[in-house]
Design a binder for this molecule. Sequence first.
Ligand SMILES: Cc1cc2nc3c(=O)[nH]c(=O)nc-3n(C[C@H](O)[C@H](O)[C@H](O)COP(=O)(O)OP(=O)(O)OC[C@H]3O[C@@H](n4cnc5c(N)ncnc54)[C@H](O)[C@@H]3O)c2cc1C
Length: 378
Amino acid sequence: MIPRTILTSEHEQFRDSVRRFLDREVAPHHERWEEEGMVSREVWLKAGAAGLLCTGMPPEYGGAGADFRYVAILTEEMSRRVFSGPGFRLHSDIVAPYILHYGTEAQKQRWLPPMARGEAIGALAMTEPGAGSDVQAIRTTALRQGEELVVNGSKTFITNGQLADLVILACKTDARAGAKGVSLVLVETDRPGFKRGRNLKKLGQKAQDTSELFFEDLRLPASNLLGEEGRGFEYMMTELPQERLLIALTAVAMAEAALEWTLDYTRQRQAFGRPLAEFQTNRFKLAEMKTEIQIGRVFLDRCLELHLEGKLDVETAAMAKYWLTELEGRVIDQCLQMHGGYGYMLEYPIARAFADARVHRIYGGSNEIMRELVARHL
Ligand SMILES: Cc1cc2nc3c(=O)[nH]c(=O)nc-3n(C[C@H](O)[C@H](O)[C@H](O)COP(=O)(O)OP(=O)(O)OC[C@H]3O[C@@H](n4cnc5c(N)ncnc54)[C@H](O)[C@@H]3O)c2cc1C
């Protein structure tokens, strides 16, 4: 086996504390959250108190100034346990960085400390019923009237949508312009004119609230613009590689876990007088999965290393996202097959992983769009 070289003993100690947190605060509740369609606000507060939210933010904004490997560890541990309910990753490592990178000092002071404590929950709303992959085609507008912006439109599939206190909204401040008309605004969800739609019923990730959001003549002070007007598209393109790396980290952790469950299962389960793991057809498939996951892990850790150096480019992040989520899909499908009928039962983690993982090939930029990004650089 090729050992992982990028983690120190401090990172591994952090992994132990994450495991203890998940055992104590998530494991006993996740099934109930799946039935209820969302997690409790309490787990957000507990994660904040345990220092697990916004770990990468500087200490002056409530974070720990921790490097991205800590984020990777939290992502790996939650993924291995198929704990897709708490939307910590999106909140801490997608929403908060937008505020840190493009926000004014006042916006950072207002939002980042309560986000790190789990008191304010963040969401990012780009997708609309009529525009997903083609972000430039969004129709939600935020048009100036004096010192205010008036927001109208709707969003769908928004992670943390039911719980969010703050939504970073992608909208058009110039409805006639394409990418250059896109801006980001901060929307507090207690403003009149903000409505939450349905908590959408999904194939997997059932404890994660994914929602429709509506904006009807919602008035915002112009100071709620995030960064400069007309530069929202550029900001999103800059931030997306980290989101894609996070999805890739989830994918490899879930594939590794799926293989471990399957090794255990096939060693124990007997058919025709032998453990399933002894049939050569299964042995070869297990060996192939082990090999492919190892190759994926080495590539991913190299991407992680580049990201730590600020050098992970759009193309490489796109390669990692599409290739590793497709590896994950192949591995989990094959592992489920080796579980037979039990693999189809939700009490087995492989069944939940199968349902949860499917969306990794769709969101964060679909895998077709990832190929497009790679092709553009050829
Ligand atoms: C569980 C879940 C959570 C989500 N969370 C969020 C969130 O928090 N915030 C947010 O803004 N969005 C979120 N999304 C939305 C997600 O990012 C979009 O679903 C995704 O970008 C695809 O957009 P779409 O669904 O409109 O599909 P479409 O863009 O309509 O695409 C449909 C199909 O056509 C393909 N396609 C599109 N364009 C091309 C092309 N040029 N070449 C080849 N094929 C193409 C796509 O790959 C896809 O297979 C979430 C989605 C889900 C399911």
